[in-house]
Design a protein around this ligand. Structure first.
Ligand SMILES: NC(=O)c1ccc[n+]([C@@H]2O[C@H](COP(=O)([O-])OP(=O)(O)OC[C@H]3O[C@@H](n4cnc5c(N)ncnc54)[C@H](O)[C@@H]3O)[C@@H](O)[C@H]2O)c1
Length: 431
């Protein structure tokens, strides 16, 4: 029966904390967001994760009742209670600049409460070198203890996709490295409680840190290529989704799907974790920077697709934007390209009314019912898939829309059946 302190109770930390508690560990979750802590202790969460047919909220309530999970905002109590400390607090990026403050702050708290024999396992995505060069000195300075002998330090990247977290903590192969062999072993033993897939032990923490950033950037670059091909295919009049489906029948090709951009906390940030280190080492990253730029330009491209279908000037146009999450079936709208598309449309003068049944964040342009968002709109732009949006009642929606001009749908997901859409009197624009 291990005692685990989970620092950071966000998209990664909360389901990871519950993954340990459902397997019998006593878990104290720590988050500086006091409102979040209160909500969690009352059994509330907006997370959409599911495990073996049960929602995260059901699991949370069960674990609270069993006394195996509780949340606190004061990290020092958790440090007194637990000897396995997992950190999932990340490095935000604002205006292409990373911010180390949250991670440094959490490491100070952990360092101040560190006891002999404790394990500190970092699972955040970090700039290569962070665990050894930044975290280790803070932990040693704050605790007066020696890493590798008095306490154990290891890094293991977190690879889950939101919405599949419980399953992937268990079944996704993991990579891990400790400061020394003992550190690796301690971390391996802890992770093995949840992870049943192979846990690869790499030769250094820097290998795992760099591999994680590379994994994220590889997806960013792959999507950038699909996005670039999107423009090419559109101009020669073929369907990019069909091209990708065809290309992917080649057994050594795995192209990802294009879309209105690449969002979320992980993929767009990865380049900005690598750039400072690359600059320090005087290494250029031209391919990766170009890929980022290609993906950053997609919201503008999608906004232009909408604008060119408008039957009225932008200042008289109303657009219904469906889906705000940063990716399909997610409730996470951090750095969502959908928000960038909306900003571009508003900048062009359009009125935008958005709808996303999964995203909890509120915006002045967000409506709580699909019908409200679509009412009086000249066009609909589908930006993110959500189950409720997968099949829309075209008859009903068309009846609600503006009548000055032919209504249109810009389908950035190639979700809707073109025949059906056209039969219902819509003009259709796909990626
Ligand atoms: N979201 C994903 O799908 C995903 C997948 C793999 C890896 N990651 C990585 O995992 C890390 C966490 O990502 P996330 O999406 O869970 O972030 P998140 O923003 O959802 O959660 C981070 C939490 O940390 C809390 N926090 C900030 N400072 C703190 C402190 N000093 N003490 C305690 N809590 C503090 C915040 O209040 C927040 O609730 C990041 O490094 C991210 O890159 C995320």
């Amino acid at each position: 029966m291990k005692k685990v302190a989970m620092f950071g109770l966000g998209f990664v930390g909360l389901p990871l904390a519950l993954s340990f508690s459902i397997r019998g560990c006593e878990v104290t979750g720590v988050d500086i967001d006091e409102e979040l802590v209160k909500q969690l202790n009352q059994g509330h969460s907006h997370h959409l994760e599911v495990y073996e047919g049960r929602s995260l909220v059901e699991i949370l309530q069960e674990q609270l009742a069993a006394g195996r999970f509780h949340a606190v905002s004061d990290g020092s109590t958790a440090m007194q209670e637990c000897d396995n400390i997992i950190v999932t607090v990340g490095i935000p990026v604002e205006g292409n600049q990373h911010d180390m403050k949250p991670l440094i702050e959490v490491c100070r708290t952990v360092g101040q409460g560190l006891k002999k024999g404790d394990l500190v396992l970092i699972r955040s995505t970090v700039i290569p070198g962070t665990t050894r060069d930044i975290i280790l000195p803070i932990l040693e300075e704050e605790s007066g203890l020696k890493a590798g002998s008095d306490f154990y330090l290891a890094y293991s990247s977190e690879r889950i996709a939101e919405g599949r977290a419980f399953h992937e903590f268990e079944h996704m192969p993991a990579a891990l490295a400790g400061l020394n062999e003992e550190c690796s072993q301690r971390a391996f033993n802890l992770m093995s409680i949840v992870t049943k897939a192979p846990i690869m032990q790499a030769s250094s923490m820097e290998v795992v840190e760099t591999s994680k950033v590379m994994e994220n950037i590889s997806r960013d670059v792959n999507i950038a290529m699909s996005n670039e091909f999107t423009r090419f295919c559109k101009n020669i009049g073929i369907d990019i989704f069909e091209v990708i489906e065809t290309a992917n029948t080649h057994q050594r090709v795995n192209l990802l799907t294009p879309g209105p951009g690449v969002g979320g906390y992980c993929l767009p940030n990865a380049l900005y974790y690598l750039l400072p280190k690359a600059q320090e080492l005087d290494v250029g990253l031209p391919l990766l920077q170009t890929a980022r730029q290609v993906n950053d330009e997609m919201p503008r491209y999608v906004a232009d697709l909408v604008l060119r279908n408008l039957p009225v000037p932008p200042s008289q146009a109303r657009i219904a934007a469906l889906g705000l999450a940063m990716k399909d079936y997610s409730n996470d709208d951090r750095m969502s390209p959908a928000l960038a598309v909306i900003a571009a449309l508003e900048k062009a003068g359009c009125e935008v009314r958005a709808y996303d049944p999964a995203v909890p964040n509120q915006y002045p342009f967000k409506f709580s019912r699909l019908e409200e968002a679509v009412k009086g709109a000249h066009g609909i732009v589908l930006l993110t898939r959500q189950h409720e949006l997968d099949e829309i009642d075209l008859n009903l929606l068309k009846g609600l829309m503006a009548t000055d001009g032919k209504p249109f749908i810009v389908d950035t997901k190639n979700q809707y059946n073109p025949e059906l859409v056209r039969q219902h009197g819509f003009q259709l624009e796909r990626l």
